[in-house]
Design a protein around this ligand. Structure first.
Ligand code: ME8
Length: 651
């Protein structure tokens, strides 16, 4: 059995995950799931990078220890991966003992053989990247080339250095003789240019802070965070702990990442491994940046989208299951942007793909054909008769498309792979329209109607197997509707061969898996975009459900004063408030009973939507809505800063 070891970067825990991290992790997940489908023995690794000055500083800013902080954020990453249906086999944290032992063993070995030596290092240092940059790469006003606007700091310190210069020749030969070791071509050329321009020895320890793995033979130093981080890939494969596992999975088949960190992976990492006598990874693959209104999503720039919030919005707007909305996001990210290029995220484009590709092309193939099986064949898939009309063409398209997917996944061309699957779906829909099984049934040609339905559902079955890595939940639902007894998870790529659908199978048509998103129905409380520490709010920014100023002006926001508050009988979350808005008194019902006691509210000035149509909630007429911010289970009322009379407009 072939093995396949794929990794994502281990993400910094300086803030919660955002859609940029999800992008890489979803891509790795699809590749891992596809390789499992193909029958490979897969090891799929992700994790968190938890050391370094930057993380120590963030923890301090939040008034907690670095360990408490990293525990909290690592848990957020794990929670999100579960929510996004990520099938990682391991999750590594650089603060774990198993990892620290490996980082120290590699460092010790390089020191003992003279590849690491004591010296000093000075240069322009970006604390966000944890790396030094030469003058020639700095942005305007001595700023970091990656973190726009972040000024670099001149840093000089005693440091252990790694003899990277010694491996320049070897590295150049290696990349030239193994061009696929760095992909795609753009990043490969960049790396080659960097190596050709000459490599200097690099600092691999720090003395100015202590949140890191101690250098084993000199406790004044901690191991430079990038050396600590890169070694995670061998730790998880079993280096030191499990030689058998290591022999099985190492070297990694693909290290997947964003293009900004390719130099660490394609220059420093292979040199260290080679120096330590360990095989080098087969491929470093750098994908492009996901942008939003043209700007890179980035924690330090404060432009972030929460993939969980976004998925919930899509679920609320469509009526689909949340896990199906997650599938739609997984699909969209890998369909919309060619893997390797930069691409802009936009919610309207996601909705467009949801409706056109998933609801129409995929969902409707089932929604249209299954009820006919129910109506004309007592719900059992009919046996196909002799081929005629478009039958052979559909079979051939399905066969060639199914064969075309695996080589595209080998090249991480997710978009191309999906286009192959869409060849089947498009052909299936066209075939269904052209062969019109309902007409054959009306005309009493039941054999022909049965053949067309069989072929249509066979195309849908094959597409469902092939799509399962992208859409794990939706394809499971489709599989249930097809009524096939063997679970989808037991299927292999070889089962995506024409003719596998058993006649006589009892179908189970259900509600549409992807209900179309009709008009703009903004989800209540949905705020997928948010502000990070850096404080640039992008909520409602370009591309995200934009409204015009005139639309906004239709909302009459007012300051209101709470006169009375009491619980609503039989509803433990609701309070009934009497509020004064200028000269008028109104009743509001609000779901804040678990956060606010009635007595806390009386006399408070809040903000209300004054022109909302009244509606009855638990028998009480609510004449407006108060505004509050929410995060997880927390709710905080909006108020006014200063003494403003009730009734004052808010804009
Ligand atoms: O660099 N578009 O961690 P990190 C696409 N700890 N991908 C994005 C993205 C965007 N806008 N934003 C983030 C680190 N990513 C180090 C890695 S590995 C040994 C150590 C993804 O938290 C992409 O994979 O800054 C990028 O390379 C990674 O997150 C950076 O994560």
């Amino acid at each position: 059995m072939a093995k396949y070891y794929i990794t994502t970067p281990i993400y910094y825990v300086n803030d919660v995950p955002h859609i940029g991290h999800a992008y890489t992790t979803i891509a790795a997940d699809v590749a891992a799931r596809f390789k499992r489908l193909a029958g490979d023995d897969v090891l799929f690794l992700t994790g968190t990078d938890e050391h370094g000055i930057n993380i120590a500083r963030v923890a301090e800013r939040h008034g907690v220890s670095p360990q408490a902080w990293t525990d909290r954020i690592a848990a957020e990453f794990q929670r999100l991966w579960k929510f996004l249906n990520i099938s990682n086999d391991d999750f590594i944290r650089t603060t774990e003992g198993r990892h620290q032992r490996v980082a120290q063993a590699v460092f010790q070995r390089l020191y003992e053989q003279g590849d690491v030596y004591l010296g000093s290092y000075e240069g322009w240092y970006c604390p966000s990247c944890e790396s030094f940059y030469p003058d020639s790469e700095l942005g305007p006003g001595r700023t970091c080339p990656v973190h726009t606007g972040r000024t670099v700091e001149w840093t000089a310190e005693e440091s252990y250095l790694f003899r990277l210069s010694k491996y320049q020749r070897w590295l150049l030969d290696h990349i030239e003789t193994h061009p696929s070791s760095v992909a795609p071509e753009g990043p490969r050329n960049e790396v080659l240019a960097l190596v050709r321009s000459g490599l200097r020895d690099i600092a691999v320890s720090r003395t100015t802070f202590s949140w890191g793995v101690p250098v084993p033979f000199d406790r004044r130093h901690v191991i430079y965070v990038w050396i600590d981080a890169l070694t995670n890939y061998i730790t998880a494969a079993g280096y030191l702990d499990d030689p058998e596992k290591f022999a099985r999975y190492w070297p990694a088949d693909v290290h997947l990442m964003g293009k900004e960190i390719v130099r660490f992976h394609a220059v420093i990492w292979p040199a260290i491994l080679h120096a330590a006598g360990i095989a080098v990874p087969r491929q470093t693959f750098a994908h492009g940046w996901l942008t939003f209104g043209g700007q890179r999503f980035s924690k330090s720039l404060g432009i972030v989208i929460d993939p969980a919030g976004l998925s919930r919005e899509i679920a609320a707007e469509s009526g689909a299951e949340v896990a199906v909305a997650v599938d739609a996001l997984r699909y969209f990210l890998l369909r919309e942007i060619p893997f390797g290029s930069d691409g802009d995220f936009s919610k309207p484009a996601l909705i467009q793909r949801f409706n056109a590709d998933l609801a129409n092309d995929y969902g409707n193939l089932l929604n249209r054909s299954l009820p006919l099986v129910e109506r004309h064949f007592q719900g059992r898939i009919p046996a196909p008769g002799p081929e005629e009309g478009g039958d052979a063409a559909l079979r051939e398209t399905a066969a060639s498309a199914a064969e075309g997917v695996a080589p595209l996944i080998d090249r991480l061309d997710f978009r191309g792979a999906l286009e192959e699957v869409w060849r089947i779906l498009n052909a299936g829909n066209k075939y269904f329209d052209a062969e019109a099984p309902w007409r054959a049934a009306q005309a009493g040609r039941m054999d022909r109607a049965g053949t067309v339905l069989y072929n249509t559902l066979e195309a849908a079955r094959i597409a469902t197997i092939l799509l399962s890595p992208w859409l794990p939940t939706a394809t499971a639902r489709a599989w249930e509707q097809l009524g096939i007894a063997a679970p989808l998870g037991s299927q292999r790529l070889a089962d995506a061969r024409w003719g596998g659908l058993a006649a006589g199978t009892r179908v189970r048509p259900g509600r549409p898996i992807f209900p179309r998103i009709e008009a703009r129905r903004p989800a209540a409380g949905g705020a997928a975009t948010r502000t990070s520490d850096a404080g640039v709010s992008e909520a409602g920014g370009p591309g995200m459900n934009q409204i015009t100023i005139d639309e906004f002006k239709k909302i009459d926001l007012r300051v209101a004063e709470v006169l009375e508050a009491k619980p609503v009988a039989g509803a433990d979350k609701l309070l009934e408030l009497r509020v004064r808005i200028g000269g008028e008194t109104r009743t509001l019902v609000a779901g804040i009973a678990q956060q606010y006691a009635p007595a806390q509210l009386v006399g408070r000035k809040i903000i209300v939507v004054a022109n909302l149509q009244p509606r009855r909630v638990r028998g009480v007429e609510s004449q407006g809505m108060l505004l509050a911010a929410s995060h997880d289970d927390r709710i905080a009322l909006l108020g006014v800063d200063g003494d403003v009379p009730s009734g004052a407009p808010v804009s």
